[in-house]
Design a protein around this ligand. Structure first.
Ligand SMILES: Cc1ncc(COP(=O)(O)O)c(C=O)c1O
Length: 396
C-alpha cells in the first residue's frame, strides 16, 4: 500500500462531481448569461420567446413526441413531481416503487400527505430494484428512472407495456439528457435543469402524454390544489404553461442558462452525444472498479448501474470490520480529504445511503477529469486507512 500514499501528480481540471447542482458545461462562464432577458416582464414578447425556445428545443433534443406537452414549472423537480401526484392520483389504485431516498420521499407524500387508499409500495434496499415484473399497470405507477442516491437505474422500459390502464409517472431528473427515455411508455416525466444539463436550480420541467392530459381534464381529485400545482382551469388543461406562460415568475437568468446548456447539447451531437459522454464516464469507472481491491458499485447488477449518479461502496475487509458509525466517519474523511486537495467536491454518498462515494458522471463531466480523479481515490483511501492504522498503533 505504501506507494499508494504518494499523491498523484495530475488533478482533474474541474473537481466538480456533485450530483446536483451538477457541473456546468465545459467552458461555461457567467458571460453565457449576457443575453438574458432581465429587468423586464417574463410575459413580454422577448421573455415569452425565450421560454418558448427552451420548451421547443428541449422537446426537439429529447425526441419528445409531438403530441406530448412539455412545460416549465415552479420548484424544480420536486415541484414537478408533486404537481403531478397532487393533480392526477386517486382515480385508480397506485403502485409506487422505491429503492432509495427520493423514491421514499414520494412514498411518504402518497401515504402520509395524500393518504391515498389502495396503494402498494414496492420497495428494495440500497443497491437493488423492486421486482419490476410484479408491477400492475392497470394501476397508476410512480417510480424513478434513476435512483440518484443509490446509483441504481431501471435497465430499460421493456417492463412497461405500451397499452396500460393506469398512468406511468416517472421522476427522471437524473436520467433525462443522459439516458434513453422511452416516451411512449411514460405518461408523466419530470426533471430539472440543475442535473444533466448543469443548469440552475428552482425550475422544473413536466412532460405530459395525451393520456395524462385526458386524466387531468376528466378527473378532479377531492383535495385542494394550490395554485402553484394547478395544471387545469375549469376542467381544461392550461395550454399556456406548455407554450411558456409559466404559472408564476421564472428567473430569466436561469432560462438563459438553460438555453446555453441546450446550445451546448446541440453542439456535442444532441441526445446521442450527451448519452455517449455519460456512458463513457461510467465505463472508465467500471474498468477501475474491476481492478479495485476496496471499491465496488452499490448497484448490484451491471444493467442497473447508473451512468450519472455513480455510487460506490467500500468492500475492503478492514472497512467492513468497522462499526457502522466508524464506517460513516471514514467514508466522510475520504471525501473531505479529496475536497481539501481540490480534486473532488461533494462526492460523499447521500446522507441516508450506505457510506461510500457518489461521483456524478453526467454529460457535463469530462471523461478526462474522471480519469484524473481515479488515482486520487486510491490515494485518498490508502491515506485514510493508514491514518486509522497509525492511530490504533499509537493507542496500543
Ligand atoms: C430522483 C430525484 N428526485 C428529486 C430530486 C429533487 O430535485 P430538485 O431539488 O431539483 O427538486 C432529486 C435531487 O437530487 C433527485 O435526484
Amino acid at each position: 500500500m505504501t506507494d499508494k500514499l504518494t499523491p498523484p501528480t495530475k488533478k482533474p481540471n474541474n473537481p466538480h462531481f456533485s450530483s446536483g447542482p451538477c457541473a456546468k458545461r465545459p467552458g461555461w462562464t457567467v458571460d453565457a448569461l449576457a443575453n438574458a432577458c432581465v429587468g423586464r416582464s417574463h410575459r413580454s414578447p422577448a421573455g415569452r420567446a425565450k421560454l418558448a425556445e427552451v420548451i421547443d428545443r428541449s422537446q426537439q433534443i429529447l425526441g419528445v413526441p409531438q403530441d406530448y406537452r412539455l412545460g416549465i414549472v415552479p420548484a424544480s423537480d420536486t415541484g414537478a413531481v408533486e404537481m403531478a401526484m397532487w393533480s392526477l392520483l386517486g382515480k385508480l389504485p397506485l403502485d409506487i416503487l422505491a429503492w432509495e431516498s427520493f423514491g421514499q420521499e414520494w412514498v411518504q407524500d402518497v401515504v402520509e400527505e395524500l393518504k391515498l387508499q389502495n396503494t402498494r409500495v414496492l420497495q428494495a434496499d440500497y443497491g437493488g430494484l423492486p421486482d419490476l415484473s410484479t408491477v400492475n399497470f392497470d394501476h397508476d405507477v410512480v417510480f424513478l428512472w434513476n435512483g440518484t442516491t443509490s446509483g441504481v437505474r431501471v435497465p430499460n422500459g421493456d417492463w412497461i407495456p405500451e397499452q396500460r390502464g393506469g398512468l406511468t409517472i416517472c421522476d427522471a431528473t437524473s436520467a433525462v439528457f443522459a439516458m434513453d427515455i422511452p416516451w411512449s411508455k411514460l405518461d408523466v416525466v419530470t426533471y430539472s435543469w440543475q442535473k444533466v444539463l448543469g443548469g440552475e436550480a428552482q425550475h422544473g420541467v413536466i412532460v405530459l402524454s395525451p393520456r395524462a392530459v385526458e386524466r387531468l381534464e376528466t378527473y378532479t381529485p377531492e383535495r385542494p390544489i394550490p395554485k402553484i400545482f394547478r395544471l387545469t382551469k375549469k376542467g381544461k388543461l392550461i395550454e399556456g404553461i406548455f407554450k411558456g406562460d409559466t404559472i408564476n415568475t421564472p428567473s430569466m437568468l436561469c432560462v438563459e442558462d438553460a438555453l446555453d446548456s441546450l446550445n451546448w447539447a446541440e453542439s456535442i451531437g444532441g441526445l446521442t452525444g450527451l448519452i455517449n459522454r455519460s456512458e463513457a464516464n461510467l465505463s472508465v469507472i467500471s474498468k477501475w472498479v474491476e481492478t479495485s481491491d476496496w471499491a465496488d458499485f452499490l448497484a448490484e447488477t451491471p444493467q442497473t448501474r447508473s451512468c450519472t449518479s455513480i455510487c460506490l461502496k467500500i468492500i475492503d475487509p478492514w472497512f467492513q470490520s468497522l462499526a457502522p458509525e466508524k464506517q460513516a466517519e471514514y467514508a466522510k474523511k475520504l471525501s473531505s480529504l479529496l475536497e481539501k486537495q481540490q480534486v473532488a467536491f461533494d462526492i460523499a454518498s447521500y446522507r441516508s445511503a450506505p457510506p461510500g462515494l457518489r461521483i456524478w458522471g453526467g454529460a457535463t463531466v469530462e471523461t478526462s477529469d474522471i480519469e484524473a480523479l481515479l488515482p486520487w481515490l486510491d490515494w485518498g483511501y490508502a491515506t485514510v486507512k493508514s491514518e486509522y492504522t497509525s492511530a490504533v498503533l499509537a493507542s496500543s
